[in-house]
Design a protein around this ligand. Structure first.
Ligand SMILES: [Zn+2]
Ligand SMILES: [Zn+2]
Length: 316
């Protein structure tokens, strides 16, 4: 799992930060990419990377502010033009369906793939054998949602040595044990699956929150997460603006992650008032509350290795 930031700005694009878009890259899990928000020019940002639009299979929108979704029409049109034929599921607040369909209709944009739009409420928005995604409504000036992505425990590996020791011959019985079934050997011995399968490995928990001021829902969604993406539009000095516009400061973001017993904070949605030379001090403000703080920049990538977050850059 890699978390890749295509845009990390707030409100409007600046030369250094495009508007919000994050890709949860599940290529190594063979699940393609899941995109969170799609600010204007997200597709332009993608051109500077090896990411392919057709590999985006799901898009989760936090709220209907332009800096989080003005990139959708261009993106979904290009995905079609570039030969995408697999379905695309878009999840977002009430109103997203009308907005997308109106835009597609008036611009006569025809897609070559099925587009499925899901207007969400609090609770489970997606679940299959491997993942479960839940949402809660945050506290912003319009309805805004945060997403908690939980990878279910990965099944333990078949311990070949143990199976051989128990007398299981090579062949189909091994597969049955691997599938969780107990087997009976020719001599009548029963070998249980549990006795030859290793411990299941816990999956990851990643929380991606939208624009928000401090709220209880953020803490719930972030509980014990390996990584929390929280907005930090402002800092202590500009804290009044955070209050006035339904945003957070870097300290508040750090406080949420600390309270949630999560392992790392990646701060994003950074106001363009903070220049690159300000970012060290900005980050320190967060670190005074919680040690494991990263401040994302466009094209920053975060990967989990044995529970540790590794920061790198994925611009090509
Ligand atoms: Zn925003
Ligand atoms: Zn907003």
């Amino acid at each position: 799992m890699d978390l890749q930031f295509l845009g990390t700005g707030a409100g409007m694009p600046s030369k250094l930060r495009n508007t919000t878009s994050i890709v949860l890259n599940l290529s190594s899990e063979e699940r393609g990419y899941w995109m969170f928000d799609c600010g204007e020019a997200t597709q332009h940002q993608m051109l500077h990377t090896t990411l392919k639009p057709r590999k985006v299979t799901k898009m989760f929108i936090t709220h209907l502010h332009g800096d989080h979704l003005f990139g959708i029409p261009g993106f979904i049109g290009s995905r079609s033009f570039l030969g995408g034929d697999s379905p695309l599921d878009i999840y977002g607040p009430i109103g997203i369906e009308e907005w997308i369909h109106t835009t597609l209709r008036l611009t006569k944009t025809h897609l070559t793939y099925p587009l499925r739009i899901h207007e969400i409420e609090e609770g489970v928005v997606f679940e299959d054998d491997e993942y479960i995604i839940t949402t809660r409504e945050l506290s912003h000036v319009i309805p805004c949602f945060g997403y908690r992505i939980v990878q279910k425990p990965l099944p333990g590996k078949l311990l070949i040595d143990k199976a051989t020791e128990a007398g299981v011959p090579k062949g189909p019985l091994l597969q049955q044990l691997k599938n969780g079934n107990d087997v009976t050997l020719e001599d009548g011995t029963i070998v249980t699956s549990a006795s030859v399968i290793g411990e299941p490995k816990p999956g990851f928990i990643v929380t991606i929150l939208g624009d928000t001021s401090v709220c209880e829902a953020s803490v719930e969604l972030s509980q014990n997460a390996d990584l929390v993406v929280h907005e930090a539009t402002f800092n202590e000095e500009t804290g009044q603006l955070a209050k006035d516009f339904g945003h957070s400061t870097i300290q508040q973001a750090a406080e949420i992650v600390k309270t949630s017993n999560a392992k790392a904070l990646v701060a994003t949605h950074i106001s363009s008032r903070f220049l690159p030379s300000d970012i060290d001090a900005f980050k320190k403000e967060g670190q005074e509350i919680f040690s494991n703080v990263f401040v994302a920049s466009d094209f920053a990538q975060y990967s989990l290795h044995n529970g540790e977050v590794i920061e790198s850059n994925f611009k090509k």
